[in-house]
Each structure stands twice: as structure tokens, then as C-alpha cells.
Design a protein around this ligand. Structure first.
Ligand code: HPA
Length: 294
């Protein structure tokens, strides 16, 4: 069976969107890894391009909140399947008022304001001193900018993603601080996912769609019992739902260009220093042959 070189990591039950577009799943499984069990991975083919789909938060509902997603197991499983490039679909809030709910944003940088999850595949070892500029794969970003500029959704081709831990939302003062620091978006998803992907030398780039203005950016009264307790208006939620409904239609036409990126980016070389030092060998699976902390 040819290997999937691409993966789409998305939110809840993402494989169903591809099924609804008539794509047949070629294989579906969860995998045991040195870091625990992965979420289910579904393999599809589109125009002869094989790709994997993994939902971070579960398949039937929002079962696992952001801080508890096992990014290491999920990324290990994707790498073991042969994946080299990852599109990370995610849904942050906007700190920058120019980024409205329902807009697409392709962040180019990260402000990491959260700490909790395992941040590395190499705890207690002198590995993983990885440079984070460019933090997202520049080749994938170019392919995404070209593919998504055609519309139909407003596209912001750059932005700073502020990463928080969650699952709680931020206070107004925290959002004010992130704004002063240059954050455009705020979310709980991309960190540590991107940093871990880079330790596995994967190309990784996010496609974000704004789901709300962050706390305090707009004056929004508290409303119990609804999504984000009133932080997003019904009209904004309706715009967001349009993007969510278009997820597979946005992603599928991107795949040929994503498949064609030549990987002349830094991503395949991020651990090269350790290979040259002899700390890790050419077979990445052997990097984790010793005991790994959960
Ligand atoms: N803050 C943090 N994470 C989020 C938000 C937010 O406002 N919206 C969606 N994910």
C-alpha cells in the first residue's frame, strides 16, 4: 500500500467531511506508540494523493479538550505511516479586530504563552534545541496562500498566533497583554503540536479560521448556556459555521500543491545536528528505543 505523505489534523470527526465528498476511506486505525495510543487515523486518496485525517478532539463530539490531546502519540503515528507534511486546521479567537469571525488566517509565527503539555519527544536528554524560525514550513505556507487567496473566504496570509494552555478562555487583561505583545490570534491548539512536529522533522503549517473575537476585544454581555457564553454573536457563529461546512472543499484543492512541495525547506533537517553528533541514528524510530516518559 503506498504511504500517505500528507496529513490533515483537524477538530472533530473531520474524516466524515471527506466521506461526505464521496471519498472512500482506504484504512482506519488507532496506533500504539511509545507515547500512548493515537487518535484514529483515516486514510483517503484524492487524485492519486494519499492523505491521512486525524481529529484531535475526538470523532463524535468534543471529547478531549485542547490541553489533553496526546500530540506526541498522534504525530508519532502519522510519521510511522509515512507522513511528511501536515496541514493543521484550527479555530482560534481573534485579538486583531481586522480578523473577523469566519475569516481564514495563515499564521506565520507563534507567541507561546501556555505551559503544561509535554513539549518534547526527548525529555531529560540533550536533544531538541531546535530553532523556531521559520516556525511553520515556508513551502507549505506558500502553497496555502496561493490556494486560499482565490476565496471564497477572506484570507489573512500572516498573523501571530498566541498559544494558551486552556481549557479555560482568557481574561480581558490577558488578551490586552497579548495584543500589546503583537498577538493577532489566540488559541490552545498549535502548541505544542507544531514544536513536536518539528522534532520529527515534519513540514507543518496551520490553516486557521477565526471563531470569535477574543475576550474584551468587543463588548459582549455574558450569556449562560451557549457556546463561549455570549463571546460570539449568532451572526458571527453563522459565518463560522459556513467555514466549517466548507472544510473539505477548502482542503481538497490544496492537496496537489501541498503534495508537490519539494521539501527544500529546513524541516527535514531540524534534528541534523544530533544525527551528526551520533546522538540519534538515521532511523527515527530508534530515537525512542530507550524508555520514554509518558
Ligand atoms: N481563546 C482561546 N482559544 C480559543 C478562543 C479564544 O478566544 N477561541 C477559540 N479558541
Amino acid at each position: 500500500m503506498p504511504k500517505p505523505r500528507l496529513a490533515v489534523i483537524a477538530r472533530v470527526g473531520a474524516h466524515r467531511d471527506f466521506l461526505a465528498r464521496g471519498l472512500q476511506p482506504q484504512h482506519s486505525a488507532s496506533y500504539d506508540t511509545p507515547f500512548g495510543r493515537s487518535n484514529p487515523v483515516h486514510l483517503f486518496a484524492y487524485q492519486d494523493i494519499r492523505f491521512a485525517v486525524l481529529s484531535r478532539h475526538g470523532e463524535s463530539g468534543y471529547e478531549v479538550s485542547a490541553p489533553y490531546v496526546n500530540d506526541r502519540a498522534n504525530l508519532y503515528a502519522l510519521k510511522a505511516l509515512g507522513v511528511e507534511k501536515i496541514l493543521a486546521w484550527c479555530a482560534p479567537g481573534a485579538i486583531n479586530e481586522a480578523m473577523a469571525p469566519g475569516d481564514l488566517v495563515l499564521p506565520h509565527d507563534i507567541l507561546d504563552e501556555g505551559r503544561q503539555q509535554p513539549y518534547t519527544f526527548f525529555p531529560h536528554r540533550g536533544l531538541g534545541f531546535v530553532r523556531q524560525n521559520p516556525v511553520f514550513c515556508p513551502e507549505l505556507r506558500l502553497a496555502l496562500i496561493a490556494g486560499l487567496s482565490r476565496g471564497p473566504f477572506t484570507l489573512h496570509p500572516a498573523g501571530v498566533y498566541t498559544a494558551t494552555t486552556g481549557p479555560r478562555l482568557e481574561t480581558p487583561a490577558e488578551i490586552h497583554k497579548y495584543k500589546l505583545l503583537g498577538g493577532d490570534l489566540v488559541g490552545m491548539t498549535l502548541v505544542p503540536e507544531v514544536f513536536l512536529a518539528r522534532e520529527l522533522e515534519l513540514c507543518y503549517a496551520p490553516v486557521c479560521y477565526v471563531v470569535n473575537y477574543a475576550e474584551g476585544i468587543k463588548d459582549r454581555p455574558y450569556q449562560p448556556g451557549v457556546l463561549f457564553e455570549g463571546l460570539a454573536t449568532p451572526a458571527e457563529i453563522a459565518r463560522v459555521q459556513e467555514v466549517e461546512a466548507a472544510f473539505a472543499d477548502l482542503i481538497l484543492p490544496l492537496l496537489p500543491a501541498v503534495a508537490a512541495t519539494p521539501r527544500r525547506c529546513p524541516c527535514p533537517w531540524l534534528m541534523e545536528r544530533y544525527r551528526q553528533r551520533g546522538d540519534i541514528g538515521p532511523d527515527w524510530r530508534q530515537w525512542f528505543a530507550h524508555k520514554v516518559e509518558a
